[in-house]
Design a protein around this ligand. Structure first.
Ligand code: SAH
Length: 351
């Protein structure tokens, strides 16, 4: 480290930034990340795009000057601040310093996120989130970050996918660390692949932090293992967003494993009907697990033949995971159903 850098490092180490007026000078495209960092450390930051834009008030009031950008642009600001306050510099390499981190938030509260996801939030300048309820919690984990809810909210449309990708890439190109927070795992019906491609296409470094997918976690939370020794040694995760085409339903039925359907509640009857037509018995155990990991979580168990009616009567809705296969018998709620059957009561159980 040369003498100048050592001196600058000493200034920063010895300076308590809380409440300190800091003047950041540099092109907005390059200063955004620096501004957020100093604000997060408690400084009161003002910004000037160039030495000519420095107001007298800002330059006289500053207790620390931070010069960002190519070193050739620093001379004017150094002269203006000379003798007033210490100055530190942040050369910016040509390559963009921003990045995108896709984070899987898991299927429920933030407790189900990974430590890598929590760390990414702590380092974020911007969080683009799909999650509905916990924006406040996200803000607490991402202090200083701008939290933008791009998901569907009651009365609001979701921000269109190309707009989300544009926001994400633009902010990263401006030097910001952008966390794209998604429910479950980013790559399971989460459009994670498209967002990674958008970042790569724009030359922005991108990493993906996996998340617990509802496809496995939600059945598990209802006591349904998606595989079980001697019962099912495979599971297939299928989008129920559109009805199953007959050849797919036949293929699924032929596999002899567990079928997990996401986004399928509005198609529950066509989906179960297709699976029966595809070759599964109407008596195949099947369950709807609704609002997993919330205080309102419910399981509705029955068979392919009975589940649509049961779910409709219970008023079950999205978000729910539909599980079809013998593994449903492993759950305590199935045991209660069988117990009820044995004493001649209701054939199916909502719990
Ligand atoms: N990437 C997500 C899935 C997104 S698709 C993941 O890996 O989990 C959205 C679907 O996931 C919902 O329609 C529902 O089928 C399911 N889902 C997500 N969270 C859920 C939850 N807490 N309880 C029940 N189903 C859930």
């Amino acid at each position: 480290m040369n003498r100048e850098l050592r001196r600058e490092a000493a200034v920063l180490i010895e300076t308590d930034l809380t409440g300190l007026p800091v003047l950041v000078v540099g092109p907005p495209r390059l200063t955004a990340a620096t501004v957020r960092r100093y604000e997060r450390a408690g400084a009161v930051v003002s910004v000037a795009a160039s030495p000519c834009d420095m107001t007298t008030e800002a330059s006289e009031g500053a207790r620390l000057g931070v010069l960002v950008g190519p070193a050739v642009t620093w001379a004017g600001a150094r002269t203006a601040l000379a003798g007033r306050c210490p100055v530190v510099t942040e050369p910016v390499p040509d390559a963009p310093r921003g990045r995108v981190v896709l984070v899987g938030a898991g299927p429920g509260g933030l407790e189900l996120m990974t430590l890598a996801g929590i760390r990414a939030l702590a380092e974020a300048d911007v969080v683009l989130t799909d999650r509905l309820a916990e924006v406040g919690d996200i803000a607490a984990l991402a202090p200083g970050a701008e939290v933008v809810d791009v998901g569907k909210r009651p009365g609001h449309h979701a921000v269109p996918q190309d707009e989300i990708e544009r926001l994400m890439v633009d902010r990263a190109l401006a030097g910001l660390t952008v966390v794209r927070l998604k429910g479950g795992d980013p790559y399971v019906f989460g459009r994670g692949g498209e967002e990674v491609a958008a970042a790569v296409g724009a030359g922005v470094p991108v990493t993906v932090v996996p998340g617990v997918s509802s496809a496995v976690g939600v059945p598990g939370s209802a006591g349904i293992p998606v595989t079980h020794r001697g019962v099912s040694h495979l599971f297939t995760v299928v989008s129920g967003h559109v009805p199953l085409e007959p050849h797919r339903a036949e293929a699924l039925a032929g596999l002899g494993g567990t079928v997990v359907l996401l986004m399928g509640m509005h198609n529950l009857l066509p989906l179960t009907t297709a699976l029966v037509r595809g070759g599964l018995s109407r008596d195949t155990p099947a369950a709807v697990v609704e609002r997993g990991f919330t205080p309102d979580q419910r399981s509705i168990v029955g068979t392919l033949g009975t589940l649509p009616d049961l779910a409709a009567r219970a008023g079950a809705a999205s978000p729910s995971v539909i599980v079809v296969g013998e593994v449903v018998r492993q759950s305590a709620v199935w045991a209660r159903r069988v117990g009820a059957e044995a004493v001649g009561r209701a054939l199916d159980v909502v719990a």
